[in-house]
Ligand binder design. Sequence first.
Ligand code: ADP
Ligand code: GN1
Ligand code: MG
Length: 366
Amino acid sequence: MTDKIKAIKDKFEIYGDFISAAPYGFGHINDTLRVIVNQGGTEVHYIFQRINDRIFRNPPALMENIARVTSHIFRKIAAEGESSPSRHSLYVIKAASGQAYVQDEEGKYWRAYIFIEQAQTYEVIKTAAQAYEVARAFGLFQKDLVDLPGGRLHETIPDFHNTPQRLANLEKAIAADPAGRVKEVRPEIDFVLSRRAEVSRLTDLQAAGEIIERITHNDTKLNNVMIDDQTGKGVCVIDLDTVMPGLVHYDFGDMMRTSTSPAAEDEKDLSKVRMQFNMFEALLRGYLSTAGDFLNPLERELLPFSGKLITLEIGMRFLTDYLEGDIYFKTHRAGHNLDRCRTQFKLVESIEEQTDEMTALLHSIP
Ligand code: ADP
Ligand code: GN1
Ligand code: MG
């Protein structure tokens, strides 16, 4: 393994002597490593990632998106006077070949980023100030990309947040039942089916031209924002594989899904899972502080609903993967995807119970 990573390091424009590499972070899709290099007596860290090409079918197109997005943001914040833009935008290290990636001997794609020091990601929200910062950072990310030149980005996963399509995929898995698990999950299936009327609410409005496509992140988990250790500010949005055309609601909604509950995504004790209203309020205020500039009235009005919809959508995806025999998300124990599904559905209920209060709060913010 070490020799393999050293050989990959040598293909990037990274100077100095390879010291070590170790797995890093808690992502469900790619393989992330922290790599340490000795540069003239100083240890310098890098993030290396092997792109999951079973899920991302066209890694060069994906890296083209990331290169366009990161260089646009980097230039913009540098022009605004930011003194350390490489801490506020992911910085893609070029390969010796000039490309934004290298391939290993098996043909797998690797990328390297500057390591953002003195900041970290969190798996579970701790304070409302963090929620505010996370939402402010993702809102700013969308805002910075409003004027991205160069045409539409590639769709790295087609229909990624097409919720009706996700429901259709679940129904296919139920009908095929390849792992013989349908009998265990009747209550979860009924939970989804009783909400099927709402699944197409956003896609219908989009088809009718009432809400519009923008450039969105599409994976706005709490652990995809680096938070500064000293200041507590959201310094950098990371994990850009799914940046592509989309609806802002799926971004705001996934913040609600991952940054309002005091419990982990895979918590088994469902009594711990709930939407904390103060966290929702912090997210809403943080998001509107940056995205408020460009959202239209209907986009704004649909923000509370978005949390329910995407939490249902991700719950359906975990359930589908459970039924298909755990082939998509990385799992670390038996029943892991089912545990994740159950926390999502518990959170959906908690969000549903607070619908009126969320709307009232939204209307009270100018
Ligand atoms: P995944 O797609 O698997 O979720 P991420 O790109 O989110 O992978 O990276 C996994 C973790 O690695 C992040 O949650 C973060 O803690 C860390 N990480 C990623 N990029 C950087 C970076 N440039 N600097 C420091 N840490 C990073
Ligand atoms: C995956 O890569 P990661 O862990 O940030 C998934 C998201 C899900 C999330 C659920 C490409 O995100 O869509 O919301 O798990 N990413 C992909 O935790 O499918
Ligand atoms: Mg991530």
